[in-house]
Each structure stands twice: as structure tokens, then as C-alpha cells.
Design a protein around this ligand. Structure first.
Ligand code: PGA
Length: 247
């Protein structure tokens, strides 16, 4: 079973029309490994601009969405609106949504179900905090987060699981290739036991947390690391090296 390498740049709340335009030009003209699926997660207000300027060979993702198609939910956007802008993916459960905005597992589960029902692919994020790792409960935490996602998924071909240890996000502290591989392997075991062997073998499990041009190659060489979710480095030309990590 070959799993296509998947690299998503998470631009978070960064950029302007000008800088995003420049980034898109860099991507459109770069020499990239054709065996990699590349996705750019733009701020909501720039989704349409990104979709119209980015080469169609790339996908675009929203960074969040709500659980109903429309209505009195000031400030939110729905999967229907995301699709209407020609965008096919959404990141859900990112640690910044969980820990800065207080999103619960239950809400992330509901978002996952609604996004999938409305035809979006979902990059579903999970990951332990530093005290949880130090307390030896990494597995317990990521399994519990994965269960809530799994309970809301019917079609796993539309889901990418992103393991992002919270202590590694935006901190410059990348998990070691061994630490990432260990958790990815455990997650695949969990999927085998709790979903199916076919899903365990086919679902892409990507790593996120301070991935750089310098750390990407060794991480990418790990058996169960099927790509990356990249924050800071996705705004720099270095993102090209990360896409090409396996080339
Ligand atoms: P980082 O962010 O690469 O800047 O650590 C990763 C993420 O939050 O998805």
C-alpha cells in the first residue's frame, strides 16, 4: 500500500494580498516532486484569492469551519461556503483552536462530521501538551482525540491525520524522527484495532511541529510519516525543500 506523501502549509493568521501573491508565485514556478500532494491553508479572507492564483495542481484548505451550513453564527464560515469558493480541504482540531480558542473534542468531532458530509477533505489534528508527554500519557491523549474524530468519519479516504505535539508547534523544538515515528506507529495500531486494517494501512498520518528544511528529510524517511503540516516554514521559500523532502 503506497500512501501519497502529503504536505500542507498552514499559513495561520499571516500574510497580506502582497505577500501571499509572492508566495503563490514562488510555488507556481517551483520545481516540485510530482508524487507529493500539496495543500495551502490560507486565512479565510484570502481563500478565494489563493484558489484563483494558485496553480490548479495544488489544493487549498480553510483553517477552520462551523457545524451548520448557514445562520446566525457571527464570524464563522461553513463547509458550503468553503466549497463555494472552490476550496476542498479544511484543517480541524488544530492545537491553536483547541488551546487558544477552547474548542472541545466534541465540537471538533461535530465539525469533522459536517465537513465530510459536505464534501470537504479534513486534515484532523491531534497532539499532546508538554506536561502530558512528561507525564507519560501521550498515547492516552492522542488515542482519545483520535477516537472522537474516528467516531465521526464514514469515509477515511477524505481524512488525513496530523500528529502535532503541542510542545513542538511554533517553538523551534521539532520532535525527533524517532519520537514522531513512535507515535505514528501507535496511531496506525490504534486504527487497525478500532477502525480496520485497510484504513490503518491507507490513511496518511502527517507530522507537524517546527518542521524545517533542515529537519524534513530525516522525518520523511520514517516508515509511518506520510507528510507534514507546516506552519512557520510554509511562509518561506524553504517550504519547497519540505515538499521535496523525499525527492
Ligand atoms: P510550526 O506550526 O511549523 O510553525 O511549528 C505547525 C502547525 O501549527 O501546524
Amino acid at each position: 500500500m503506497t500512501r501519497k506523501f502529503f504536505v500542507c502549509g498552514n499559513w495561520k493568521m499571516n500574510g497580506s494580498k502582497k505577500s501571499i501573491g509572492e508566495l503563490i508565485q514562488t510555488l507556481n514556478t517551483a520545481k516540485l516532486d510530482p508524487n507529493v500532494e500539496v495543500v495551502c491553508a490560507a486565512p479565510a479572507i484570502y481563500l478565494e484569492l489563493t484558489r484563483s492564483e494558485l496553480d490548479p495542481k495544488f489544493s487549498v484548505a480553510a483553517q477552520n469551519c462551523y457545524i451548520v451550513p448557514s445562520g446566525g453564527f457571527t464570524g464563522e464560515i461553513s463547509p458550503a461556503m468553503i466549497k463555494d469558493c472552490g476550496v476542498n480541504w479544511v484543517i480541524l482540531g488544530h492545537s491553536e483552536r483547541r488551546h487558544v480558542f477552547g474548542e472541545s473534542d466534541e465540537l471538533i468531532g461535530q465539525k469533522t462530521a459536517h465537513a465530510l458530509e459536505n464534501g470537504l477533505g479534513v486534515i484532523a489534528c491531534i497532539g499532546e501538551k508538554l506536561d502530558e508527554r512528561e507525564g507519560g500519557i501521550t498515547e492516552k491523549v492522542v488515542f482519545a482525540q483520535t477516537k472522537v474524530i474516528a467516531d465521526n468519519v464514514k469515509d477515511w479516504s477524505k481524512v488525513v491525520l496530523a500528529y502535532e505535539p503541542v510542545w513542538a508547534i511554533g517553538t523551534g523544538k521539532t520532535a525527533s524522527p524517532q519520537q514522531a515515528q513512535e507515535v505514528h506507529d501507535k496511531l496506525r495500531e490504534w486504527l487497525k484495532t478500532n477502525v480496520s486494517e485497510a484504513v490503518a494501512n491507507s490513511v496518511r498520518i502527517i507530522y507537524g511541529g517546527s518542521v524545517t528544511g533542515g529537519t524534513c528529510k530525516e522525518l520523511a524517511s520514517q516508515k509511518d510519516v506520510d507528510g507534514f503540516l507546516v506552519g512557520g516554514a510554509s511562509l518561506k521559500p524553504e517550504f519547497i525543500d519540505i515538499i521535496n523532502a523525499k525527492a
